[in-house]
Design a protein around this ligand. Structure first.
Ligand SMILES: Nc1ncnc2c1ncn2[C@@H]1O[C@H](COP(=O)(O)OP(=O)(O)OP(=O)(O)O)[C@@H](O)[C@H]1O
Length: 623
């Protein structure tokens, strides 16, 4: 779990600093909240006036009596004052509620959006190893469901506690002025309630942590199943998946029921304490009325305050215990945010315009997991413009090799050089600009075809997009669509055929015009007829670019100058048989004229296959 190591104080501090840019809005909410205090203090007053001055013959209370001197013989005038005050309070209260709700919603959404954007930005910068380990939905859930914790803490946590505290102090003061003994009784209840709240928070906190983790796991099942629905349907596993979801959900339910039971138990205890306080105030108050210390109206006023005193106490304790939900979410959100991102550029990192395309692996070792190497001591050199096929059995390390080249991962030992410079010495953004990638399963985004083609070059003009589509033999089918280049392709391009999707991703690679091309079995998901067309397109796409093409099919290797064979993470020799020997074109190595050079055999070595370069071991091209 990535979320356990933060104390509440830590979280509180970090959430406040996350909310800091919106402090003016938060101040506005606080001020509107503080308006509640005078409204709450004045709310029981119309009742007192009605009882003491309209029914009884008392003068209007305090400064109201000075402002509106209603004679004792005019009970209707006193009633009018009571009604007028009640209506005015209701209007002011409703306007305050309206402004409060509007500003809370606006600020809350802004706070959540800002935190979500920060988490999303960070999730994209995390090393692929993090997402491999945790699955993509883990981050999704943290970004979508846990990010609102920043508004839960500020708008629904601290601000209600502050405003309720001010109201509480005001009410205790006014009650004490009227009858200090009643104020003391009401006050005596508060520490008991705070104590109960503290114990409550401690009991409920681990349950909230567990609930949020389980909920994330449950939703990840939904996401996983819906993203591979074709497979689930094809195997008829809908029932199994539903049961898996229900099993997880039952655990969430059990945890949430436990939380509800804890909350209910503590609410009961707090409610009983509050009722005990109110009943005691009532009993003492009645005795004081009988003894002539209080008027009946004052008793009603005080009882109104006592209930309202207990209201803010309730608000404070509820806000404090709901902070636990926010902290549980905050622990998960910061758990994501504190994962180390891809290494930052070195301070002296080199800018890179357009690379020449010379690539060298020098004694490269790498493993995804400790003690399970995926590549051992891989060394080879490739001259600019060489088209290299990477072959080997499944799981041998082909994808790993190109992953290291794009710097999705860094080698644990050795170095990879581009144009003679260690990849780690380049600015990462500049380095990644050197690659165009076409994958086995083309990746399209739910946007228009034009936007998908321009994904690697958002500044491309429409003309350039069309040119790229023509080069990828995609223009004709795109032009035949009712909305042409503006056609929306649906989620992951599912409204297009496999061949159409692959042509769009090839058009994207043409438009990108990068000096290094990475092709990962680009024809494996299309039929034989489409494959022929795509192989032709690939041939043109590879022209003048250093190309690494992972391939199992001979047809795909047809355009390659050289082959790297990998077996269990080690390099083997280049193949002698097969299409390589028959392909026209020569690998040029480090400035040596092309025609004099043979292929990679003497340039490729692994720990199991290290030998000095020697013409006799080299693999001369047939042409
Ligand atoms: N993200 C990962 N986390 C852990 N291990 C991985 C990961 N990706 C690959 N591996 C392991 O590394 C080894 C090499 O995998 P790689 O994907 O490079 O093989 P490959 O030759 O491309 O296979 P294929 O032809 O099936 O795509 C395998 O043992 C694989 O299980």
């Amino acid at each position: 779990m990535l979320s356990c190591r933060y104390s509440d104080v830590d979280l509180f501090r970090r959430l406040l600093s996350q909310a800091a840019p919106h402090r003016l809005h938060l101040l506005g909410i606080l001020l509107i909240g503080l308006l509640w205090s005078p409204i709450a203090l004045l709310t029981p007053l119309p009742l007192k006036i009605a009882v003491d001055s309209a029914v009884g013959a008392q003068p209007l209370p305090g400064s109201l009596g000075t402002l509106l001197p209603v004679p004792a013989a005019r009970p209707l005038a006193a009633l009018a004052v009571a009604v007028g005050l009640a209506v005015a309070l209701a209007i002011v209260g409703q306007v305050r509620n309206f402004a409060d709700s509007l500003l809370r919603t606006y600020t809350g959404e802004q706070l959540t959006l800002a935190f979500r954007a920060r988490l999303f930005r960070h999730a994209q910068r995390l090393p692929l190893a993090y997402h491999d380990r945790n699955g993509s939905f883990d981050a999704t859930h943290r970004i979508l469901s846990d990010a609102p914790c920043v508004q839960w803490v500020t708008i629904y946590g601290i601000i209600p506690v502050l405003t309720a505290s001010v109201t509480l102090i005001g009410m205790i003061y006014v009650t004490a002025v009227i009858d200090w003994q009643l104020a003391a009784v009401a006050l005596a209840v508060s520490p008991i309630i705070f104590l109960l709240s503290r114990v409550h928070s401690q009991c409920v906190r681990p349950c909230w942590d567990q609930s949020r983790e389980l909920e994330g796991g449950t939703l990840s099942i939904v996401q996983e199943v819906l993203s591979v629905l074709r497979v689930v349907k094809a195997f008829g596993r809908e029932g199994h998946e539903t049961e898996r979801f229900a099993r997880r959900s039952r655990r969430v339910i059990a945890t949430n029921v436990r939380i509800a039971a804890i909350n209910g138990g503590f609410d009961l205890l707090k409610g009983l304490t509050i009722a005990l306080g109110a009943v005691t105030v009532l009993a003492i108050g009645v005795l004081h009325v009988r003894a002539g210390i209080l008027t009946l109206g004052e008793l009603l006023l005080v009882i109104g305050y006592v209930w309202q005193i207990l209201g803010p106490v309730h608000t404070i304790t509820n806000s404090l215990s709901s902070l636990q939900v926010a902290f549980a979410a905050g622990r998960r959100a910061f758990g994501l945010l504190d994962q180390p991102a891809d290494a930052d550029d070195r301070p002296d990192a080199r800018p890179l315009g357009r690379a020449g395309g010379a690539v060298e692996f020098r004694d490269v070792c790498f493993g995804y997991d400790e003690g399970r190497p995926a590549l051992y001591d891989v060394s080879f050199r490739v001259a600019p413009g060489t088209r290299v096929g990477i072959v080997g059995p499944t799981g041998s390390g082909k994808t790993t090799l190109v992953n290291l080249l794009i710097r999705f991962y860094d080698p644990s030992h050795g170095a990879i050089l581009l144009d003679g410079v260690d990849l780690r010495d380049y600015r990462l953004a500049d380095l990644r600009n050197q690659f165009a990638i076409v994958l086995q399963e083309p990746v399209l985004f739910s946007a228009s075809i034009a936007e998908n083609i321009a994904y690697g070059r958002p500044d491309a003009t429409h003309r350039e997009i069309v040119e790229a589509a023509k080069s990828a033999q995609a223009h004709d089918f795109i032009a035949g669509l009712p909305e042409g280049y503006d056609t929306q392709v649906g989620e992951r391009g599912m409204s297009l055929s496999g061949g159409e999707r692959q042509r769009i991703s090839l058009a994207r690679a043409f438009l990108r015009d990068a000096p290094i091309l990475i092709l990962d079995e680009p024809t494996s998901s299309v039929d034989v007829r489409t494959e022929g067309a795509i192989v032709d397109v690939l041939g043109r796409l590879m022209e003048g670019r250093t190309t690494f093409i992972i391939a199992h099919r001979l047809s795909t290797l047809m355009h390659c100058d050289a082959q790297i064979r990998i077996h269990r993470g080690r390099l083997g020799t280049a193949e002698r048989e097969g299409p390589i020997d028959t392909v026209a074109g020569v690998l040029s190595l480090d400035g040596v004229p092309k025609a004099q050079h043979s292929l990679l055999t003497h340039e490729l070595s692994s720990s199991s296959n290290i030998r000095p370069p020697h013409p006799s071991t080299s693999h001369t091209r047939s042409d």
